[in-house]
Design a protein around this ligand. Structure first.
Ligand code: ARG
Length: 325
């Protein structure tokens, strides 16, 4: 629950830049052969050195080999070879929802993590999933759905993983297994520029009675329900998309919106007269949600993701969309 004003200010000030970055990063939904640019661009950033010493050669092969057997090279290049094989396309033992494919459930209304551009789902999560699929020798398929359907899709085996800027929470951990965390999110508060809400504390103050807009079943919903609605300090209006909550703010139906910082920046950049408060609500970890019943696939995906984090690929993807933290 710590406030990081400086970060928020920085985030706000680079909004324009990060939006520019969003616009210039095409990626693919369903075709792993296109992922070479995303994976390559990041292979040698700082994080790469700390864990496995995967070489540059490993990175470039993984980017291009997703559909065939070239994975052998990347497995042998990683120093921790014990699990290297798990992440390889030849590692059998795992099954996926659709043979040969890695099916990702998401809600593509959450820029820059996932959004629709040119009829395709693009964004940080799409690129990370594409890189994971590449490592596993699978083709990525993205299924766009309501945010609150993702967990069910994963649990029921219709999707192999839920990747949706999804926060790890204890309740969700009872339903699904989360991979390692690949990013941090911060719940922030969006208000109209002339709002009398000036800090998070105003929402929790005795006698407060605000209407708070959220995306249904997100952590913004969960936290404000507990902290505000249940304490009778206000009411929560739940929308199917974050952008709809923001529109409701613009038209005065709600007094503020509680949502993750990166989509908040994207929405505020598009709608005149709104701002993000400097005080943050809560910091959280994003991870991929997977079925508890498919341990082999979980191991393969989690290992692949760990390798992509260790070699800097994930940070490189994030940096393409988010200019500064
Ligand atoms: N981080 C929040 C949560 O896990 C919001 C995620 C919303 N993601 C989306 N793709 N709409 O609840």
């Amino acid at each position: 629950m710590k406030m990081k004003k400086l970060t928020a200010l920085l985030l706000a000030s680079v909004m324009a830049l990060s939006m520019a970055a969003c616009g210039s990063t095409p990626t693919s939904n369903d075709n792993s052969s296109q992922d070479s640019s995303s994976a390559e661009s990041s292979s040698d950033t700082a994080e790469g050195s700390e864990a496995s010493d995967s070489s540059d050669a490993a990175d470039s092969s993984q980017a291009s080999d997703s559909s065939d057997a070239a994975d052998g090279s990347q497995a042998s290049d990683s120093s921790d070879a014990a699990d290297g094989s798990d992440a390889s396309g030849e590692a059998e033992g795992f099954t996926t929802a659709v043979e040969g494919k890695l099916t990702m459930a998401t809600n593509a209304a959450f820029p820059p993590y996932e959004y629709v551009e040119g009829g395709q789902v693009v964004g940080i999560d799409a690129e990370i999933a594409d890189a994971i699929a590449g490592k596993l020798g699978l083709e990525l398929q993205i299924d766009d759905m309501e945010f609150d359907s993702i967990t069910e899709a994963v649990k029921g085996g219709k999707a192999d993983l839920g990747l949706a800027g999804m926060t790890v929470t204890p309740d969700r951990q009872e339903e699904v297994d989360f991979t390692v965390s690949y990013a941090t999110g911060v719940q922030v508060i969006i208000v109209n520029e002339d709002s009398d809400i000036t800090s998070a504390d105003d929402l929790f103050a005795e006698g407060a009675s605000h209407v708070i807009g959220v995306q249904r079943n997100t952590t913004g919903d969960i936290y404000t329900t507990d902290d505000i609605e249940k304490k009778e300090l206000g009411t929560i209006d739940r929308y199917s998309k974050g952008a709809d909550a923001v529109q409701a703010l613009k038209t005065g139906k709600v007094d503020c919106v509680v949502i993750d910082n990166e989509p908040a920046k994207a929405f505020v950049a598009e709608v005149e007269g709104l701002k993000i408060l400097d005080t943050e609500y809560i910091t959280e970890d994003y991870a991929a949600a997977m079925s508890k019943d498919n341990t082999a696939l979980y191991e393969a995906v989690n290992t692949a993701l760990q390798e992509l984090i260790a070699d800097g690929t994930v940070q490189g993807i994030i940096d393409k969309y988010i200019t500064a933290e």
